[in-house]
Ligand binder design. Sequence first.
Ligand code: CA
Length: 435
Amino acid sequence: MIDRTHDPRPTSWVASANTGGDFPIQNLPFGVFTPPAGGPPRGGVAIGAKILDLSAALKAGLFTGEARTAAEAAAGPALNPWMALTPRARTLLRQRLSDLLSGDNPARFQIEPLASRLLHDAEVCVMGVPAEVGDYTDFYAGIHHAENVGQLFRPDTPLLPNYKYVPIGYHGRASSIRPSGAPVHRPSGQRKPPELSVPEFGPSRSLDYELELGAWVGPGNALGKPVAIGDAGSHIVGFSLLNDWSARDLQAWEYQPLGPFLAKNFMTTVSPWVVTVDALAPFRVAQKARPAGDPRPLPYLWDDRDQAMGAFDIQLEVRLLTPRMRERSMPPEVIGRSNATDLYWTFAQLVAHHTAGGCNLRPGDLLGSGTISGPQEGSQGSLLERSQGGRKPIQLSSGEARAFLQDGDEISLSGSCGRGPGRIGFGRCSAVILG
Ligand code: CA
């Protein structure tokens, strides 16, 4: 799993990749971008502050064999064909990209003279959603979030008995997935606060974010053919940050017993770069041991190798920038910090469970992890938890308070693995709330 592309020492001849940012030579995430000159959206790879244009690199003859086939699959207007490849083909492409962009590999002399044609300034490119998402599923695998939210609604039994047996999820809405930067329109819907005897309709007063990881599905499975837990990890291509915007007042009235609808379907923001499972290989860790007394997962969800290395050490943060902070040139304030190791289920377990009944996953499907909260104060991944259902607004350094989000607020998620040389990050996942 670990190869020369993970060595933390090499730097890139692209100077901006060597400055401690999210996209050093060890990362090489894939995305879809439109350059400033226009033209069709196309596949690219982030390197420092630049984007390598894969179709231009193909035309320049920089790939051969399986790496060429993989580059062709990743060069189009959506990454689904690249996601459908075998893990081996994606790995070969990554190795070739690493050789081309590394400062100490002779391959640099093939590409460096063409840099002005092949590399675009990321800042002036428009990023899209990396794949055409056929289906989006949102899980609920963050146990601390489930406990915190359960506590608000059912203080006696915060977790229902199925939680530790079944990876809980629901089928979400793919049409409203947007890349970082697209604004969020405050949704309207029905709500029924306790003081009213009948519901009313209007703009949500309890708009919230959810700090999640989005897993991009690879090859997938045929209808009626479940993916075995031992193979399930190979059906995940990589991850983006995911903000599952939530209207808590609409959710409280509409969701029981079926599932979220208008409370969730108005928008989901993803970061535009797919950080691959290859790039994350050095940051795989054992799944956290279940607390004493918790049941062992049923056999179709248990795999020793998955338990030993199926979790990812990804540090996550949420930042809030209010209009007042913006006016005063204050930096965004961190309002939540957690880690993907706080998830109760591995992504392989989510895939195995999702397909256990025969449901087919397809390349480019998106799986939300569920809100990732940690056990400590300040590690909650939503305002619902941080403000205890809106009863205790959080106090901000600007002197403001927030129980839920107001118009003009901007929420940014960030994620990173490691510190120092070889650290990789996920890029931007931000959106502003419109009234
Ligand atoms: Ca969610």
